[in-house]
Ligand binder design. Structure first.
Ligand code: 13P
Length: 255
């Protein structure tokens, strides 16, 4: 089954109002006429309003880097699904390793965020992946299965209909040391098979992005792999030409 690729930029804690306007203007011009790939950006929530207006007339979709499980009330500092929807955000990253590590987010808590997003009609982009130590101990599949099963156990496998998984090995994030296409493909195939064991139909349609030091030089080869359906891009998403080159590589490889 042909899956439409999705390339998404995770800006992390970077940017300003001016940066947001300039980067989006650059992306709009670089990506004119590119149609065979879904494109999303997740700026810091502070800049969603700026981004929403800068994106007017563009096919680039807005996303966000996090969401809270609560919808309204006395939850100081939190951002709800309804607030993200208010700005037209659609693809919402949850379970990023930086939040799992720095904010001690558990698999069960992340499954609650997944549920909140589904309830609101938003698209969860569930980040999973092993640390360097887990990788060296041969635990990659075990870790990925556990992180996915937290969602399946809470919500059922059907929750992955219309959802996105981003396989981001922690040792590859921001290190310049991407997984090789073959390494990534092996894990992506495992993830899809793990879901297929519960539902082949759900597995066939779920988008599995690769993330971790994707750049304009290594993207095309990663996208030749059959189970790599796009990328979640950090550093290289902060430069319009590099991010656009990654999008074009996905559009070309998956057309
Ligand atoms: P880098 O592309 O900077 O390695 O970051 C990947 C990432 O964490 C995207 O969510």
């Amino acid at each position: 089954m042909a899956r439409r690729p999705l390339v998404m930029g995770n800006w992390k804690l970077n940017g300003s109002k001016a940066f947001t306007r300039e980067l989006i203007a650059g992306l709009k011009s670089e990506l004119k006429g590119v149609e065979d790939c879904d494109v999303a950006i997740a700026p810091p929530v502070m800049y969603l309003a700026e981004a929403e207006s800068a994106l007017a007339g563009s096919a680039i979709v807005l996303g966000a880097q996090n969401v809270d499980v609560n919808v309204q009330g006395a939850f100081t500092g939190d951002i709800s699904t309804a607030m993200l929807k208010d700005f037209g955000a659609k693809y919402i990253i949850i379970g990023h390793s930086e939040r799992r590590t720095y904010h001690k987010e558990s698999d069960e808590f992340i499954a609650k965020k997944f549920a909140a997003l589904k309830e609101a009609g938003l698209v969860p982009v569930l980040c999973i992946g092993e640390s360097e130590a887990e990788n060296e101990a041969g635990k990659t599949e075990e870790v990925c299965a556990r992180q996915i099963d937290a969602v399946i156990n809470a919500l059922g496998v059907e929750a992955f209909n219309g959802a996105v998984i981003a396989y981001e090995p922690i040792w590859a994030i921001g290190t310049g040391k991407s997984a090789t296409p073959a390494q990534a493909q092996a894990v992506h195939a495992f993830i899809r098979a793990h879901i297929a064991a519960k539902s082949q139909a759900v597995a066939d349609q779920v988008i599995i992005q690769y993330g971790g030091s994707v750049n304009d030089a290594n993207a095309a080869e990663l996208f030749t792999q059959p189970d790599i359906d796009g990328a979640l891009v950090g550093g290289a998403s902060l430069k319009a030409p590099a991010f656009a080159a990654i999008v074009k590589a996905a559009a070309q490889a998956k057309a």
